[in-house]
Structure formats: C-alpha cells, structure tokens
Design a protein around this ligand. Structure first.
Ligand SMILES: *Cc1c(COP(=O)(O)O)cnc(C)c1O
Length: 426
C-alpha cells in the first residue's frame, strides 16, 4: 500500500463521506498530545474522559512495565492473581459502604451488560422471573453493545436506528432539577419516576442511571436528592438500583463517586473510563451482599454465566492500583475543586457568554463544564477553530464541553475556557 492510500481504520461515529483524514497522534505528555509534524494540542476531553492523569504519567507507565515483566495475562476462570485481588479490595474500600463484591470486565459497556444480567438473574433466583426488564432514564447513555443500546435514550440517543432489533425496556423522564436544587424542587422528578414504577414494577428488575451527570446524552447535571429519592423508591418496589459511574466515577463530579454526594449505596455500581487512568481498557461491576448472596445456592442456575476473556487482566489491574494511589497521594479531589473554581469563574459567571443568542445554558459540576447551545449547527466548525488555537475540543451534538485531565493546571484550563468562550464571543 502506498503511504497516501486511505487507511483501513474505520473510525467511530464518523460519516464516511464527509470525514476528513484523522490527525495522527504520536505521543503525549501531561494534558497534551502531540501530532505527527510536531503540533501539540491541549486535550479538553482527556480522550473521552478517561485519561485523568494525562498522557505518559511516569508512575502509570512504570506500573505497566513492572507488571508486564511479571505477568501480562492469565485467565480469571478458576485462577486468581495479586493485582486482581488487591484491586478488588481497594475498590471495596473506596466505593460506598456495602459494595463488597467485584466482577471485572473489559469495558464500560460490558460492565453495564454484567450489571443488567446480574439484576435479571438476581430476581430469577429469588423466584421473580417476571422482573426481567430495565427502567432507564431519558437522556441516558450506557454504551454501544446491544443490551446497552436498549437502555440509551430511545428518541434522541444515537441508537434509534436499531429500535427494531433491541429488547424493549421502560423509561422515566430525565430529571430536571439542577445539582443545587432544594429537596422540594426534586419532588416532580421523583413523582414522574414513581409513576413509572407504580405501573410497571412487577416486570422491572433494575433502575439504571448515570448519577448526577447524564454525560453523553447532553451533560444533564442533576440533584443528589434525586438519588436519595430513587433509592427509597427502589426499596419500596423491590427494584435494584444500578449506578453507571463509568463517566462520573473517580472524581469527575467533585467527589470520588457521584453516589458520595448523596450518601447513597446502589445495589450495583459500574466503573470504567477513569478506573485505569485510561491507560488500558477495563471495568468493574460492584455488588452488595444482597445481590451477591442471592447467587449462593445449589442449582446450576446459581452460577453467574459471564466471563470476558480479559477480565481482571493483570496489566489493567496493576495500572488501576497505581492510578488510585496517585489520585489519593496527590490530593486530586483538591485539584478538582480548583479546576471547578476556574470553570465557574471563566464560564458560568461570564455574562456576555450567557447572553449570547446561541447559548441556552452554561453549567459545571466538578471537573466538567458545558455550554449548551440551541442547535448543533451553532457548533459547526468549532473543533477546527479550537485546533488552530492549540486545543482539542470535540462537541457532542449541541453541547460544547470540557472534561479535562486532573493534571491540567489552572492556566491551561483558562486556555481551554478562553477557546470555548471565544467561539461565541469572537
Ligand atoms: C462511556 C460510557 C459507557 C461505555 O463505556 P465503553 O468503555 O465505551 O464501553 C457506559 N456508560 C457511561 C455512562 C459512559 O460514559
């Protein structure tokens, strides 16, 4: 093949007719990556929200090298190893009290598939086989595999084309009360959730949600009181509560986990993206005793029939352990609070930005900020324009957002916010 022949790489979410040649990344350092030819870009998205320590973090790189020298991979079927055992213990330690069992898999989507399968089998084992549907929220995004597509927003989500192929689940309205809403202001959201549960609880195995931040579905930031209310409703209607913290986990909302803002323990919680600091694909589905102990029994039906080849991969576990150590030793929650102050000051309190006719709302939560516009066309060309200013931005639909690496300095973050604002206030 000549060097100029088009690459056989098929890119995600890309229109083949209009896509342009993707820039080639050759390396990275901190919050920046470098392109062939020497151009460096400040990554405002930390590579789909997972590279929380930035690129080429020396401790993470060394952790992988050390583990590679000892053991790159071994099956978790019938065997175990130190990195998997230690990571499971660490995850139990840092997640909300009661999540004491850890099932590993290789991506966020598969972690959610595991959660849903666990919930259905849980009810089956307790003699409630009719509870086999999910209850999800509008604006939800839970991944791209079939089971996950079926619980993404069926109208505005990206998977509506597959509706004929997917199993049918129930949906409640997306919560609307913002993060700082008073408890009374959340009552209408909870009443809407309750109405769906009252009608359909007999067939609902689990309520799934991205707690506090519905991310890919439009960065909808919602109230911790909603989580508290959802917990109570799930208990009332014998429905398991599943928190998809694939995006929100590891500090993105300002606490280690979104659940921590509400003091709520879900029955099942899914982690991925930031779990390994983005250095390798991996996921963990955590469960409480209530869920786990239902699987203790004598029939063949009691085994949990799932086991991805690469679950518990030693390299992924080793780098996840190092990622956590860095997160705690270097006070990342303090850094995230600092990043949030900059985002508030530069974006939320900018009156000219708020008054711009294309802008619907500007909001932040932890190390996340979004400028919601009226239409995706308001953002046409923004990525190219940002690249000219040395910043990598990739809007989702009509949402221009940043989820920077936590190692981003305040002045680097001001560079990102200047470019985000600059698009509107040029
Ligand atoms: C990214 C994401 C997923 C899917 O994770 P993959 O690793 O891409 O499969 C699931 N849920 C949420 C909330 C996500 O943001």
């Amino acid at each position: 093949m000549t060097p100029s022949a088009p690459s056989p790489v098929w890119h995600p979410y890309a229109h083949l007719k209009t896509q342009r040649q993707a820039p080639k990344v050759i390396g990275g350092e901190g919050p920046r990556f470098t392109l062939e030819g020497g151009e460096t870009l400040l990554d405002a998205t930390c590579s789909w929200w997972c590279m929380i320590h930035g690129y080429r973090h020396p401790r993470l790189v060394r952790a992988i090298q050390r583990q590679a020298d000892a053991l790159c991979h071994v099956m978790l079927g019938g065997l175990t190893h130190e990195p998997a055992d230690r990571l499971a213990r660490e995850l139990v330690r840092i997640t909300p009290a009661g999540l004491d069992h850890v099932f590993f898999s290789d991506s966020g989507s598969v972690g959610m598939e595991v959660a849903m399968k666990m919930a259905v089998q849980y009810h089956r084992l307790r003699g409630r086989p009719e509870k086999h549907r999910m209850l999800s929220l509008m604006k939800a995004y839970h991944g791209d595999t079939a089971g996950c597509m079926a619980v993404c927003d069926p109208e505005e989500g990206m998977h509506s084309l597959f509706s004929g192929y997917l199993p049918r689940h129930h949906f409640a309205p997306a919560p609307t009360a913002p993060f700082d809403a008073a408890p009374e202001a959340v009552a209408a959201d909870l009443a809407a959730l309750r109405a769906v549960l009252e009608r359909h609880h007999a067939e609902i195995a689990a309520l799934l949600m991205e707690p506090l931040l519905q991310a890919a579905g439009g960065l909808n930031m919602t109230s911790p009181h909603y989580l508290v209310g959802a917990r109570a409703l799930c208990d009332k209607f014998d429905v398991l509560l599943v928190f998809d913290e694939v995006a929100t986990g590891f500090g993105r909302t300002g606490r280690l986990f979104a659940a921590d803002h509400a003091g709520v323990t879900p029955d099942i919680m899914v982690l991925s993206k930031g779990l390994t600091g983005g250095y390798l694909g991996h996921a963990a589905t955590l469960a409480t005793d209530r869920v786990h102990d239902a699987f203790i029994g004598d029939s063949p039906m009691h085994a949990f029939m799932h086991g991805p080849t690469f679950m518990g991969n030693p390299l992924a576990c080793a780098v996840a352990l190092e990622s956590l150590a860095v997160f705690e030793e270097e006070n990342y929650l303090g850094r995230i609070a600092g990043l949030n102050r900059v985002l508030e000051e530069e974006l939320v309190r900018d009156e000219a930005l708020a008054a711009h006719p294309a802008v619907v709302e500007v909001r932040t939560l932890g190390a996340t900020a979004v400028i919601e516009t009226r239409a995706a066309t308001d953002l046409a060309g923004v990525a190219d324009w940002a690249r000219e200013q040395g910043v990598w931005l990739r809007p989702i639909g009509r949402w221009l957002y940043t989820m920077p690496a936590y190692v981003t300095t305040e002045s680097e973050l001001r560079r990102i916010t200047t470019v985000m604002k600059g698009w509107f206030l040029r």
